[in-house]
Ligand binder design. Structure first.
Ligand code: GDP
Length: 302
């Protein structure tokens, strides 16, 4: 029910197409599988994952002597959910540090939605009664600091910031110091995503990581990669590149409200093993949801 609004586009494409594939009275033959693969690919599941689903489905059909398309539909629903091996309750809890401030690092290219996601999450945790600090370590993108500052004001949370062009590592240092000294529960760190230069990006992230780990053992508790879902299969390419330079613990997929191709969620989990923790379904503060695969997949077939 929670994806009802934001995912209406995804549902209208994948859902309608899959549903019509199953609704039409037809036999489960080669043509059916071809149509199925096409539909999945069109929904951004990706060729590899679409072929995998289709191949496994063929096996299943043969083994169980399935003739009715309705039974195939059940299998696909199960298969998509399985690909997620998600927690039963469907909750995306962040990994929390029991001995001090929890540090959550956000990475991703410019415009992916890092600042916005931090704004949304900071509000959620503050409303849960946590003492929240945000750090404007994206000192590179013009306007990023100001934008985070606006979110912090709106959310009634504190911020550590410096001038544009400052060393991001020094912002991070000040932020972790303050988080420790003033007993913050959680620190969200915004970073610049300059993927154009992989070596630079890696060095920058390493520098920040080192400071965080040195000051708060065990931190960062999460490194969340933020990806814009509207870029389709490029999302997979981007995720692969970031996976090479950072220890990503989870994904935030933004702008799912703007795409009819929610299948990218399945592609990223299946091909990279990175779980989606949150999905962004709009620009305002309440437009962030835990990602619940079961609800997502069932939603597609409604
Ligand atoms: P950053 O450069 O990674 O920090 O990206 P921003 O947070 O500045 O986001 C870039 C643009 O995407 C902004 O205009 C946001 O309002 C917008 N945005 C972020 N998340 C979402 C989302 O889930 N849905 C929609 N429709 N827009 C989003």
């Amino acid at each position: 029910k929670k994806y009802e609004h934001g995912l209406s586009k995804s549902r209208s494409l994948i859902g309608q197409k899959l549903n019509s594939l199953f609704a039409n009275f037809r036999s489960v033959d080669d043509e059916f599988f071809e149509d199925l693969e096409d539909t999945l690919i069109e929904s951004d599941v990706g060729v590899k994952t679409a072929t995998e689903i289709s191949d496994q489905l063929k096996e299943e059909v043969k083994l169980n002597n399935i003739k009715k398309t309705a039974e195939v539909q059940n299998f696909i629903v199960e298969k998509l959910i399985d690909m997620y091996d998600a927690p039963d309750d469907g909750k995306s809890e962040l990994n929390i540090n029991p001995d001090g401030p929890t540090v959550i690092l956000f990475i991703g290219v410019n415009g992916a939605g890092k600042t916005t996601t931090i704004g949304k999450l900071a509000n959620k945790y503050r409303e849960d009664g946590k003492k929240v600090l945000v750090a404007a370590a994206d000192t590179f993108r013009a306007g990023a600091i100001e934008q985070l500052d606006e979110w912090a004001k709106r959310d009634h949370v504190d911020i550590v910031k410096k001038d544009e062009g400052s060393d991001p590592a020094s912002v991070v240092y000040d932020a972790v110091q303050r988080a420790k000294k003033e007993n913050y529960d959680i620190l969200f760190v915004d970073t610049a995503g300059r993927l154009q230069n992989k070596v630079n990006l890696m060095n920058e992230l390493e520098k920040m990581n080192k400071i965080i780990t040195r000051e708060i053992p065990g931190a960062p508790q999460e490194v969340l990669l933020v990806i814009d879902a509207t870029i389709g299969q490029n999302a997979l390419v981007q995720a692969k590149m970031f996976k090479d330079v950072a220890n990503i613990s989870g994904l935030v997929l933004t702008k799912l409200d703007g795409t009819a191709r929610g299948g990218i969620i399945i592609a990223i989990k299946n091909e990279l093993g990175i779980p989606v923790k949150y999905v962004g379904l709009g620009e305002s503060v309440n437009d962030l949801q835990d990602f619940d695969p079961k609800e997502f997949v069932y939603g597609l077939f409604k």
